[in-house]
Design a protein around this ligand. Structure first.
Ligand SMILES: [Zn+2]
Length: 66
């Protein structure tokens, strides 16, 4: 039986620039952060740890690959 090569998207970790929807300040967040991240401007939570990939609560305006 022939095996087909299926490209598997690797779960890559990267940094995200997240913009707060409340005050528009941007904060850089690690995509797999294990901490809850708050906005650098107003303290509103913008990212939550969810086991693997963080749950982003704000708006992702940029992705920075490592
Ligand atoms: Zn804010």
């Amino acid at each position: 039986m022939k095996r087909e090569m299926i490209p598997v998207p690797k779960p890559r970790s990267n940094f995200l620039t997240v913009q707060c929807e409340k005050c528009s300040a941007t904060t850089t967040v690690f995509s797999h952060t294990t901490a809850n991240i708050k906005c650098s401007g107003c303290g509103e939570p913008i990212a939550q740890s969810s086991g693997s990939k963080a749950r982003i609560l704000g708006k992702v305006v940029a992705t920075l690959d490592q």
